[in-house]
Design a protein around this ligand. Structure first.
Ligand code: FAD
Length: 383
C-alpha cells in the first residue's frame, strides 16, 4: 500500500489526539478521530482539568510542525521566570534563563483544544466524530468497537494504525493490560489540587510575566496568567490538609497564616465558596511499556505516560510524542508494525524519565526554591 493512502484511527480528541490528527492529516492519511465527549466548541466549558497550561519548547516545536505555533503564542502569555511569594509578602523573581531570555508560555486549555480541533477538521481527509466511545478492543482480529452515544449503535472499526490518545484512564491501555509482557504501574500521590481565581479586575496587582509560586515546604500554591488578565491559582496540598479545612473560619485562618497576600486578590467570599463547594482533584502518574501492541495499536500522551503536573511537561511530552511518531512515519516503505516498535523503543525511557522528573519537581517547587543556594543557580526546570 502507498504510504499516503494509510488509514489512521485516533481515539480521543483532547490536546494530544487533536494535534496527532493534524500531523496525520498533513501526511494525507485518511484519519478518523473518535472523541467520547460532545464537541467542546458547542458546549459550555466545564471546570475540572487545569484551566491554563505552561507550554514550552517541546510543545512549541510540535505546533510549529503543523503551522500552529504562531496562532497559539499570539494568545499565550510569556512567563520569563518564577515569582516567589514569602509568607511575609516579599517577592523574588527567579528568571528561568537570564542569559538567553528563553521563557515558557501560559495558554488556555480550551482555546488550545479548539484551535487544534479546527485545524484538524480543516483537512479534507480528517473526520472528527464526537460522542463516540471506544468500548472494546479485539487484538486478535485487530478491530475496535465504538459506541455512538447519540444512537447507542455499537460498530466495529479498523485501520492501518490505531492510536489511543484517550488520556490517563485510557480504554486502549486498559485493553493492553491483558496482553503478554505489557508492564504497567500507576501511582496516585496523596496530594490533590484545587483551582482558585484572581479576577481580571485585580490581575494587574500581580507582577506580570511570571509563574507565581507560594512555596510552603510540604505544599505550595501557584498562579498562571490568563489572556483576560485573570489568574488561575492552584493550591497543591495533602488531602488530609484539605480535609481539615471544613469551615469558613478554618479556611480563612489557614490562608491568613499561610498565604496572607493572596486573600485580597482571590477575595474571601470566592475563596471560601470554592473550598466548601469543590472537592480537590487527584493526581496520577502512569508508567507502562511498551507503548505499542501487535502490528497496529499505539498509545500516546497521557494514555502512555500520565504524569504529575509539577514539571509542566504532560501535554508538552504528549505533543513531542506526535513529533516523534511523525518523524518515524517519514521513513518510506517501513511497515507500521516496525514503526510502532521503534517508537516504543525510543519513547518509553524518555517519557518515563520525564514522569520521574515531574515527581521530583514538586519537592523543588514547594520547598527547595526557598533555599538561597538554589536561587542563585540558573533554573531550567518547567521549561
Ligand atoms: P486528555 O487531555 O485527557 O484527552 C483525552 C481525551 O480522550 C479526552 O478528550 C477524553 O474525553 C477522550 N477519551 C477518553 N476515553 C475515551 C474513550 N474510551 N473513547 C473516546 N474518547 C475517549 N501539561 C503541560 O504540558 N503543562 C502544564 O502546565 C500542565 N499543567 C497541568 C496542570 C494540572 C492541574 C493537570 C492535572 C495537568 C497538567 N498538565 C500540564 C498535563 C496535561 O493536562 C495533560 O498531559 C494533557 O491534557 C494530556 O493530553 P491527552 O490528550 O493525552 O489527554
Amino acid at each position: 500500500m502507498q504510504d499516503d493512502r494509510r488509514k489512521v484511527v485516533i481515539i480521543g480528541g483532547g490536546l494530544v489526539g487533536s494535534l496527532c490528527a493534524c500531523f496525520m492529516g498533513q501526511k494525507g492519511y485518511d484519519v478518523f478521530m473518535y472523541e467520547k465527549r460532545p464537541d467542546p466548541r458547542k458546549t459550555a466549558h466545564t471546570r475540572g482539568r487545569s484551566i491554563n497550561l505552561a507550554i514550552s519548547h517541546r510543545g512549541r516545536a510540535a505546533l510549529r510542525s503543523v503551522g500552529l505555533e504562531e496562532i497559539i503564542l499570539e494568545s499565550a502569555i510569556p512567563m520569563k521566570g518564577r515569582l516567589l511569594h514569602s509568607k511575609t509578602g516579599e517577592l523574588q523573581s527567579v528568571l528561568y534563563d537570564p542569559i538567553f531570555n528563553n521563557c515558557i508560555y501560559s495558554v488556555g486549555r480550551n482555546f488550545l483544544n479548539e484551535v487544534l480541533l479546527n485545524a484538524a477538521e480543516s483537512y479534507n481527509n480528517v473526520t472528527v466524530k464526537f460522542n463516540h466511545n471506544l468500548v472494546d478492543v479485539d487484538f486478535r482480529r485487530e478491530v475496535i468497537q465504538l459506541r455512538n452515544n447519540d444512537t447507542m449503535e455499537v460498530f466495529e472499526e479498523t485501520a492501518d494504525l490505531i492510536i489511543g490518545a484517550d488520556g490517563a484512564h485510557s480504554a486502549l491501555r486498559f485493553a493492553m493490560l491483558s496482553t503478554p509482557m505489557f508492564q504497567f504501574s500507576q501511582t496516585y500521590i496523596d496530594h490533590g489540587y484545587l483551582e482558585l481565581r484572581i479576577p481580571p479586575e485585580l490581575g494587574d496587582k500581580m507582577t506580570p510575566n511570571h509563574l507565581h509560586i507560594w512555596p510552603r515546604g510540604q505544599f505550595m500554591m501557584i498562579a498562571l496568567p490568563n489572556k483576560d488578565t485573570s489568574w488561575t491559582v492552584t493550591l497543591f496540598m495533602p488531602f488530609k490538609n484539605f480535609n481539615s479545612l471544613g469551615s469558613e473560619a478554618k479556611i480563612i485562618h489557614f490562608f491568613d497564616n499561610t498565604f496572607p497576600d493572596a486573600i485580597p486578590l482571590i477575595g474571601k467570599e470566592d475563596l471560601v465558596q470554592t473550598f466548601l463547594n469543590t472537592k480537590p482533584s487527584q493526581l496520577i502518574s502512569v508508567k507502562c511499556s511498551p507503548y505499542h501492541c501487535g502490528s497496529k495499536f499505539l498509545i500516546i500522551g497521557d494514555a502512555a505516560h500520565a504524569m504529575v503536573p509539577f514539571y509542566g511537561q504532560g501535554m508538552n511530552s504528549g505533543f513531542e510524542d506526535c513529533t516523534i511518531l511523525n518523524e518515524l512515519l517519514e521513513r518510506n516503505n517501513v511497515k507500521i508494525e516496525e514503526i510502532i516498535r521503534q517508537y516504543s523503543k525510543i519513547r518509553v525511557p524518555n517519557a518515563q524519565a520525564i514522569c520521574d522528573l515531574a515527581m521530583y519537581n514538586y519537592v523543588e517547587m514547594r520547598d527547595l526554591v526557598n533555599r538561597k543556594s538554589f536561587r542563585v543557580r540558573k533554573t531550567v526546570d518547567e521549561v
